[in-house]
Design a protein around this ligand. Sequence first.
Ligand SMILES: [Zn+2]
Length: 107
Amino acid sequence: MLKKQKVIKIKDSRLREIRLNLRKVLMNTFYDQEATLQAIWLGAEGDEQLSLLRKLEDFQQHYQDSILVCSVCSKLDGDRVYIPRHKCWYCTDCLKKGVIPSLRKMR
Ligand SMILES: [Zn+2]
């Protein structure tokens, strides 16, 4: 993962639209995979079910920490900022509003 704070901004409206559409495709893929994992998990028992639950939770956490969605507001569109200490991405709107936990002193 990245070691420094990084902001990714796209100014061109056409490119912003393409980025949003790609995120929607990836989000739908995530939800399809999540549904498959949940079905397998529900059909399992005992230790296997517990192991699958951990995998499912890891999968969901990776999605939440990914660049696809803001880790605070879950917004799909917009520019992103990566905070290495948090190991996740936020939208630049949440950064501007100062709602990202533990960053209030840094602004
Ligand atoms: Zn946000």
